[in-house]
Design a protein around this ligand. Structure first.
Ligand SMILES: C[S@@+](CC[C@H](N)C(=O)[O-])C[C@H]1O[C@@H](n2cnc3c(N)ncnc32)[C@H](O)[C@@H]1O
Length: 192
């Protein structure tokens, strides 16, 4: 993670200290990851035809974004969320197929029906959200996630003892988020 000197100087001292600690941990984690992954070169991508935003899955019109080399730490590495974590608290909800942008993903012969109680397509790992919340939220702060999805940010905030506010436009996802958040709250009560 890099920030420019001017931004660093403007940060409150406690945030500067936290940033230095995170930076040290981050560099050490990157070193270990690179040792494990070894060195590789990313080939130059093909420029996409469309110039509209969102087309091309992150590739811009030049197609040169990933032409670099090094260990795996040059990518943002994060393991996928486990099915246990994804569905924690959703036990009483019905099994559903995957959805994309609120619509069911079209069934294909090479893609078998893969039911899940939490069928949100982009569930984030709770550990990642906890890390990010700790990084930027001051003591007593309120966490805002205007795109809550299945509620991972709110679950992480709850576990860390932060208040939070979330918005989700899809009723099905809001139901899943409620179930996961309630489960996180219940777990905290059990630990008391
Ligand atoms: C990338 S997903 C968030 C996933 C979430 N971090 C998780 O772990 O489940 C973004 C969510 O924002 C919701 N969304 C998109 N536009 C919205 C809007 N205008 N108001 C509220 N929610 C919105 C979508 O329905 C989607 O569930």
């Amino acid at each position: 993670m890099k920030i420019d000197e001017g931004t660093f100087d403007k940060m409150p001292v406690n945030l500067q200290k936290m940033f230095c600690k995170v930076q040290k941990d981050y560099e050490e984690a990157g070193r270990v990851l690179d040792e494990q992954s070894g060195w590789s070169r990313s080939t130059k991508g093909k420029p996409r035809k469309s110039t509209s935003s969102g087309a091309g899955w992150g590739m811009t019109a030049t197609g040169a974004e990933y032409e670099d080399a090094g260990g795996a730490s040059r990518f943002f590495y994060c393991p996928k969320v486990s099915s246990k974590e994804r569905n924690a608290g959703c036990e009483t909800l019905e099994d559903k197929d995957w959805k994309m942008d609120g619509a069911a993903v079209p069934q294909r012969a090479d893609r078998p029906f893969n039911p899940s109680k939490n069928n949100h397509p982009t569930v984030k790992p709770i550990a990642l959200m906890e890390y990010l919340i700790r990084l930027v939220t001051p003591p007593g702060g309120v966490v805002l996630d205007p795109f809550l999805g299945s509620g991972s940010t709110a679950v992480a905030a709850t576990r860390l003892g932060f208040r939070w506010v979330g918005c989700e436009k899809e009723a099905d996802y809001a139901e899943i988020a409620r179930a996961r958040i309630t489960s996180a709250e219940d777990e905290l009560l059990e630990d008391l």
